[in-house]
Ligand binder design. Structure first.
Ligand SMILES: N[C@@H](CCC(=O)N[C@@H](CS)C(=O)NCC(=O)O)C(=O)O
Length: 205
């Protein structure tokens, strides 16, 4: 068994960055195509954000790690890949600049420009999954619209959710509460709520 299991979706450009990186770095890895499986109970247990790329590796505190740039940074740190991720603060900042620009600025614009043509859902109910059919997208959109305003009103609201039956997932850099009763098929809608609130500037704690 390889040291790193890289969970991927083949058409994805986020995935492609890590797939090229592990080859260029000559790391010991194997790929697992999880098309249509990212919302399965097994995958959700490993990585509740149900996204790819995601690696499984022994040195990680929870055994798994998502986000393309976080994965590449971690593997560079672990294997001392100075040529890809320099330790000199200035040189590293240039790499971070490119990575944060990609994740925080460019990619959201790219998805908004291309998702409608690809038939993926947009706000509310954004963030598709390879398991999503039209019915799931419609449900996700309805859930997101119904839930708008319920989840993100500031610290008091999230404390209340914690006292209720919430579980927390860290998504899009904010803390995001998902009621335990929410089924995986509805989660894209919940993520859409976060995205909508971020987009409209509502408080997220
Ligand atoms: N910012 C994340 C984006 C991850 C992401 O959106 N992954 C999509 C593919 S592009 C995904 O796995 N979606 C779940 C699915 O389609 O089942 C990264 O760079 O890794």
């Amino acid at each position: 068994m390889a040291a790193i299991t890289l969970n991927i979706l083949k058409p994805s450009v986020n995935n492609l960055t890590v797939r090229i990186f592990v080859r260029a770095a000559e790391l010991d890895f194997e790929e697992q195509d999880v098309w249509g499986k990212t919302t399965s109970p097994e995958y959700l247990e490993k990585y509740p954000a149900h996204l790819t790329p995601m690696i499984e590796e022994e040195g990680l505190p929870k055994g798994t790690l998502g986000e393309s740039c976080a994965i590449m940074a971690y593997l560079c740190n672990k294997h001392g890949l100075e040529e890809f991720y320099p330790t000199d603060p200035g040189k590293r900042a240039m790499v971070d600049n490119a990575m944060f620009y990609l994740i925080g600025t460019f990619y959201p614009l790219l998805t908004r420009a291309t998702y409608p043509a690809l038939g993926f859902p947009q706000y509310p109910g954004e963030v598709g999954t390879s398991a999503a059919d039209d019915a799931m997208k419609a449900t996700a959109q309805q859930d997101a619209e119904a839930a708008l305003g319920q989840f993100f009103c500031g610290p008091a609201a999230t404390d209340a959710a914690a006292d209720d039956d919430g579980v927390v997932a860290r998504i899009l850099g904010g803390l995001h509460w998902v009621p335990t009763g929410v089924q995986p098929s509805n989660r894209p809608g919940m993520i859409g709520v976060v995205a909508s609130n971020l987009a409209t500037g509502s408080a997220v704690t």
